[in-house]
Design a protein around this ligand. Structure first.
Ligand SMILES: Cc1cc2nc3c(=O)[nH]c(=O)nc-3n(C[C@H](O)[C@H](O)[C@H](O)COP(=O)(O)OP(=O)(O)OC[C@H]3O[C@@H](n4cnc5c(N)ncnc54)[C@H](O)[C@@H]3O)c2cc1C
Length: 378
């Protein structure tokens, strides 16, 4: 059976690797020109039952433990006046450390790539569309005019999937907020104050309709994220010159002018471009009629905003489960049902969290929530 996987992100590569572990070859068509072609983004926490389970199925548990940072789970959460709302410190010993350890996204991708034959990933091969040939077979068209035929096609090509139209008309919609990412380089040596605020893991602060967070990565950087409730065309209408990072930083600081100066020092410590992106999501609970010979996984199937922090975990679980079904000649319908059931509550949580964290009086609501969870309030 010839399997083509569109997209070599974490989902597509996990699928290819678990197939390989069961003696099945797959061709991964990846749009990026190579593994280093694009900045891959920050650190990810992998859960025991999703990301870590998938890596066990891929035979990569030991490799994962070597790159994972349990202490990265440390977190502090403040309100925008500087009041501490919550702090979590990871134990130095014991299995509890391995609940949701952090690992850098490029290191995870490398772990998977190193465990695949070089020839299985076709870099610089963007899928433009796919067409059914009957009997579950498909022809996959690639940029540059080439095409490939396959017996099974996996759409693991993320938010703007070119395979999704074969199964559903659904498209991602704007969630009412934008995210921004900036990077602090050489944090410990060059920016010790910012580094101390972030500690071994993550720092977050919540204001009305806006958040500021920062997360330590394993490569000496700290990634600073801003999220803001705003109109979809905000990057164009805000007057912030995103193509001039130094001036953009000054303008962004003005948006946070009433926040503690030590929090804003995080923005001062950043350098390089300001990445701004709309938060989009597919409809919660999206399902489609099973079509033989093709399916979707990960963001292509259930894109959600990062407010539940589960997208990478879900895509890896999807990739590994689908590979097991394909390798064992199982029913892809069952894989799809399980994926739909898993994704729906996560997508709901992501939408609810976005509403909560970017609402009026968000910090007070979050403080009540933690007090309720710890039994201090009804
Ligand atoms: C700021 C931010 C923070 C996040 N934090 C977390 C977190 O802490 N924890 C978590 O679990 N999740 C997190 N997520 C979500 C997570 O990043 C995604 O859910 C996950 O990366 C999805 O993986 P994927 O493989 O399905 O898709 P992608 O990562 O989008 O990979 C798709 C791949 O397909 C390729 N591709 C795209 N189009 C084509 C094409 N036409 N032809 C060929 N190749 C193509 C792309 O180049 C890419 O390599 C975060 C997301 C964001 C934006």
């Amino acid at each position: 059976m010839r399997i083509v996987i569109a997209g070599g992100g974490l989902g597509g590569l996990t699928c290819a690797r678990v197939l390989k572990a069961h003696g099945v070859d797959a061709v991964v068509c990846e749009r990026d020109a190579g593994p280093e072609a694009r900045v891959q983004g920050g650190t990810l926490d992998l859960t025991v039952d999703e990301g870590q389970w998938a890596l066990r199925e891929a035979g990569l548990e030991a490799g994962y433990r070597a790159i994972a940072r349990p202490e990265g789970q440390d977190m502090v959460l403040y309100d925008s006046a500087g009041t501490l709302l919550r702090q979590e410190i990871t134990p130095d010993e014991g299995e509890a450390r391995w609940g949701r350890p952090e690992a850098d996204r490029p290191a995870l991708r490398k772990l998977l790539l190193d465990a695949l034959p070089e020839s299985s990933v076709h870099w610089g091969h963007a899928v433009t569309r796919a067409e059914p040939l009957g009997d579950g077979r498909h022809r996959v068209h690639l940029s540059g005019g080439e095409s490939l035929e396959c017996d099974f096609l996996v759409g693991a090509d993320g938010a703007r999937s070119r395979i999704r139209p074969l199964l559903t008309d659904a498209e991602p919609a704007y969630c009412g907020a934008h995210g921004m990412e900036l990077v602090i380089h050489d944090a410990d040596r060059a920016h010790p104050t910012a580094s101390a605020l972030v500690g071994r893991g993550g720092f977050s602060a919540i204001g009305d309709h806006q958040t500021l967070s920062a997360q330590r990565n394993g490569d000496g950087t700290i990634r600073v994220h801003l999220a803001l409730r705003c109109a979809e065309d905000w990057p164009e209408t805000s007057g912030i010159p995103f193509d001039d990072p130094a001036r953009a930083r000054v303008a962004l600081k003005e948006l946070y002018a009433a926040w503690p100066t030590e929090f804003l020092a995080l923005l001062d410590a950043t350098s390089g471009p300001v990445l701004v992106y709309p938060l989009t999501a597919l409809p919660i609970g999206l399902r489609w009629e099973h079509t033989p010979g093709v399916t979707l996984l990960g963001d292509a199937a259930h894109l959600m905003s990062p407010f539940a922090g589960q997208g990478a975990n879900l895509t890896m679980r999807d990739g590994a489960e689908l590979a097991l079904v394909l390798a064992q000649g199982g029913d892809v319908r069952k894989f799809e049902e399980a994926m739909f059931d898993r994704a729906e509550p996560a997508a709901q949580m992501s939408a609810d969290n976005l509403e909560l964290f970017l609402s009026d009086g968000a910090a007070e609501k979050v403080r009540h929530l933690f007090a309720k969870m710890s039994g201090e309030e009804d």
